[in-house]
Every structure is written in C-alpha cells, then in structure tokens.
Design a protein around this ligand. Sequence first.
Ligand code: FDA
Length: 387
Amino acid sequence: MSQSYDVIIIGAGAAGLMCAMEAGKRGRRVAVLDHAKKTAEKIRISGGGRCNFTNIHTSPANFLSQNPHFCKSALSRFTPSDFMAMLDRHGVTYHEKKLGQMFCDESAQQVIDMLLKECADVGAQVLMETAVEDIQGGYHLKTSRGDMSCESLVIATGGLSIPKIGATNFGYKVAQQFGLDVLETRAGLVPLMFQADILEHCKSLSGLSVEAEVRCADTIFAEGLLFTHRGLSGPSILQISSYWREGEALEVNLVLQINVQTFLKTYQGKQDVPTVLADIIPKRLALAICDEMKISGRVAELSGKNIEALAKRINAWSVKPSGTEGYRTAEVTLGGVDTDALSSKTMEAKKQKGLYFIGEVVDVTGHLGGFNFQWAWASGYAAGQVV
Ligand code: FDA
C-alpha cells in the first residue's frame, strides 16, 4: 500500500520546512522526506552557530542568477520583516550584527525548533533518514520507508556545498529526469587559493585581516579580507568568489580611502618605509610588502618609481587565484535549475504540472549576509501557497 499525501517535499532544510508549514496551514497533508539524520543541518552550522537568518536590506540586486528578475516576485511576497515577525511570535530574539545582517541572540537551533514547531502545529510530517530511490510522474515515489504518492512534489534538496552534512546532486537529477535544464554549477562564497609565490605571502600573514576592496571586472566588495595558510578568505573574498571565473585576476585595495602614492609623496618625516606604512596598514603587512619588494630605508630616499610600485602593490594589488577551495568549504552553489523552466510566482515547473523547485537548488544565489536564507524562506513560502 502506498502512503498518500497531497504534498511531498524532498529536503528538510530551510526552504523545505518553510514550504511544509505554509502548505500545512492551507490544510494540505504534507510529508517532508530527508536522507540525513538531523533536520536542517545548514541552519544549525550557519552564522557561526547563530544563523544569519536574513538581511534587512534584501533586494534583487543581492542575488546572482542567469535571470536577475526571477527572484523579485517571491522576495516581494515574503520579506525579512515577515520572517522576523515569526521569530517574534516564537519569542526568539535577534540583533543586527552589521550591514543589515540579522543573527539570533542565542542559537541557530532556535530557528530550526521554530520551523519544526510550525510544521508540527499544522500536521506536516518530517521524516528523516528517508532515502528516495525512484520518482515516477504522477507522482509515485519509492523510498526507504515504502512507496508514497502525492499530487505536488517539491524539490528542496539544496546545492552541493558541504557534502559531508548531506548535500547531493539529487535535485539536479530530478530536474533533468523531467526535462528541465540545469545550468552549470560551481562553488560560491568560497575561499580562494593561489600559486606558490602569493601562497607563501598569504601563509606568512596567516590570521591577519584588513578592511579591503576587492574587484573582479565591474564588481567590487569592500569588507574584511583574511590571509590564511591556504590563500585568501574573509567576507570580501567570499563575496567576490561568486563572481570570479577561472583565469581572471582580482584587484585588491589593501587600504580604503587612502591614496598611497599621495600619502608617501607628502610624507615629511625621517622614518623608514615600513614604519610609515604601518600607520595605514598592519605592521606585519607593511614589513612583508617591503621585504617582498626589497624596499628599505627612509621614505625621503624612495625613488618615484618605487613610490609608484608600492602604491600599486597596496592600492591595486593584482592577484590571480589558481582556484577555489570548492564545495568542501563553499557556503553556496551557483547555477542549478534554470529559472526559465519555472514560474517565478509559484516555483512550479512550467512544463511539468505539480513539480516544484525551491531554495538553493534553483539558479538563484545570494550574496553573503543572510540573503541565501531569505531566498530559501521566500521561495518556500511562494510554493507553500499553491502546492
Ligand atoms: P538546505 O541545504 O538547507 O537543505 C537541503 C536538505 O536536503 C538537507 O537537509 C539535505 O540533507 C537534504 N537532501 C539533500 N539531498 C537529499 C537526497 N538525495 N534525499 C533526501 N534529502 C536530501 N546562508 C545565509 O543566508 N546565512 C548564513 O549565515 C549562512 N551560513 C552558512 C554557513 C555554511 C557553513 C553553509 C554551508 C551555508 C551557509 N548559508 C548561509 C547558506 C544556506 O545555508 C543555504 O543557502 C540554505 O541552507 C539553502 O536552503 P535549502 O533549503 O535550499 O537547502
């Protein structure tokens, strides 16, 4: 005997749980299936355990997609305020850390508990450790808990990042099975790696962070940059990684709002170059740069050529990443189910009635700072109104 539901959602993450509670509120009989042991692991580990659950400045400009307009409808119908109102109802307190990024005061687990409570209140079943072995149109599923059927099937299996906590390419395979295009996927919001010379420089400065401006073609982010023993990381690097393509160089300004050429040319004192540079960048960095460029002695003795070279090295450091750290450490997956194949209002496949895709599996990827969860909530909410 097949267990029958109105709605089956595959993936008990952010998007899947939001969709389940919304569909349940409409009286739909809902089951959420997930192969993992624990529910919504990515929520639990997000934001350093405090979950950066949204960004109050969310706008379509914070998302990458082949169709930048696709996210607009869903984002306008479930906003950051809507999510915060839900947290308020559950007594979960939160704060803005910076740049509109909203975090729980206590723990990310509170967000998971809230979503599970909302699901339980409307009778939506969350069935963990359930593998889906086969899907046939209609929809009939073979699962490790037996056969199941449903009218609406929602794919909320997320992207490929962090396979060790359950990420798979399941959603992309289902899309292909039903004839939807899947755009090339790549790791996003991910640290960048470098060849030997720059890597050595990064290693020697490992742990040091500066406020930097990082540019890739026309895109610029000004946020923290962190030197690590594997290369470069920190918010500005993670942000630009989503725009960077193999073979491209990045331009890094290691000191905001100071023109190093003017600064050095107008310097009047008698001190040596590293000491003077240490007024505007961390001393370790100043020493490393002078060492690398074989520059020593007093500022007054610097040639025009050396001033220019130093200014370029600090204000417009050109670095070519050799790659990214990949899905092992990426926060998100770029690309995914082609939005052309989906309704932006409902997330339903245009040519496959009753099949929906929500959350990160879709080709909509947010910047760092709470935008990816906002997309998960908003797309889950949109589908939840109609499934
Ligand atoms: P999500 O990945 O949450 O859920 C997918 C679910 O599907 C999982 O439970 C998985 O087990 C299940 N699944 C996968 N394959 C399956 C299969 N074959 N069968 C059954 N189930 C299957 N974003 C943000 O806005 N703020 C933040 O602070 C952070 N922080 C952060 C930290 C880290 C370390 C990572 C990796 C990511 C973030 N993110 C983030 C990104 C955010 O976590 C992500 O975009 C959302 O969780 C996506 O929600 P989904 O529901 O689409 O997928």
